[in-house]
Design a protein around this ligand. Structure first.
Ligand code: GTP
Ligand code: MG
Length: 135
């Protein structure tokens, strides 16, 4: 079986959507293996988002991710990496399909970084790397 890192990002926690997001994950049938509330420091986020360093949204992204706690989840199941990203929907919550977490619960708030409620690892290599960063 496969594992992935899911984050309920600070906007999701602040808006009180952690339970709604967990309910969707559980209803889909994936297994919660570990879960913790984390207030990441800058170093942890620099590791997590290393691939985006230098992009225009990088600094706003780190600031946003330091604005409050996230819920980190170790999630397991066959093809859970692909499955959770499908459940999350497209990165831009304005155009993410209805029925997805971002499409149903997210929107554009006119900020410098997209606040899109959740993160999910995008490959087995990313999942292994990111799970080590958050757990
Ligand atoms: P994650 O699951 O959070 O990694 O989202 P993703 O894989 O769909 O997106 P990606 O890894 O490309 O980007 C990481 C995060 O940076 C996104 O979730 C957004 O919060 C933000 N982001 C990505 N692309 C843009 C962009 O073009 N503009 C802005 N403002 N923010 C972006
Ligand atoms: Mg990503």
């Amino acid at each position: 079986t496969e594992e992935t890192l899911v984050l309920v990002k600070p906007d999701g926690v602040a808006r009180g959507l952690t339970g709604a997001i967990l309910a969707r994950i559980e209803a889909k049938g994936y297994a919660l293996v570990d879960l913790r509330l984390v207030e990441p420091d800058r170093g942890r986020l620099e590791q997590h988002y290393a691939e985006h360093e230098g992009k225009p949204f990088y600094e706003p992204l780190l600031e946003f991710m330091m604005s409050g706690p996230s819920v980190a989840i170790r999630l397991a199941g066959n093809r859970v990496i692909e499955g959770f990203r499908s459940l999350a929907g497209a990165t831009d919550p304005t155009t993410a399909a209805p029925g997805t977490i971002r499409g149903d619960l997210g929107r554009d708030w006119g900020l410098r970084v997209q606040q899109n409620l959740v993160h999910g690892s995008d490959s087995p290599e990313s999942a292994a790397r990111e799970l080590d960063i958050w757990f």
